[in-house]
Design a protein around this ligand. Structure first.
Ligand code: OFO
Length: 168
């Protein structure tokens, strides 16, 4: 059975994942509004992934006899300034999320709750993939000129992301 401390941490992380989903939804809507339909498509798909992460936490808490507390989701914050800023923010929020995931891994180790430690390993791997993906996109944008990327380059990236299969 989950300790109250870990149950609380897992509930907080469930809300963080919901918050991440809101961020992707907000940025996807911003991208769509600005004519970047491929980028919007990519971000909408990612919002769904974050929602699935939220559900993984919820189901795990229930399975381990913890109490699920569904609480308010913080505001996703202001819209990005441009495509470069959009992916900088995405990368930043994934890095912050990794720190939170590692915090729960530390707690589960300290409590010798190996079931939770094991459950968290999926997220450790997922965060590595998400950070790599965001870094790859940032490098592509950087090659295209970063914050001053020209329209042709952004158009090509947009087409590319519209096609990217959902592999996570
Ligand atoms: Fe992109 O983060 Fe969930 O875990």
């Amino acid at each position: 059975r989950l300790s109250p401390t870990l149950a609380q941490a897992l509930n907080d992380q469930m809300t963080n994942e919901a918050h991440n989903a809101q961020i992707y939804l907000a940025y996807a809507s911003w991208a769509s509004d600005n004519g970047y339909d491929g980028i919007a498509n990519f971000l909408f798909r990612h919002a769904n992934e974050e929602r699935n992460h939220m559900m993984k936490f919820l189901e795990y808490i229930l399975k381990r006899g913890g109490k699920v507390v569904v609480s308010a989701i913080p505001d996703p914050g202001p819209d990005p300034l441009n495509v470069n800023d959009c992916f900088e923010k995405v990368f930043q929020s994934e890095v912050e999320n990794t720190t939170k995931i590692y915090g729960i891994v530390d707690m589960s180790m300290a409590e010798r709750d190996w079931a939770t430690w094991n459950f968290m390993q999926w997220f450790v791997k997922e965060q590595t993939e998400e950070e790599t993906l965001a870094m790859d996109l940032l490098s592509k944008i950087k090659v295209a000129g970063g914050a001053n990327a020209n329209n042709d380059a952004l158009y090509a990236l947009d087409l590319d992301l519209g096609k990217t299969p959902d592999d996570a």
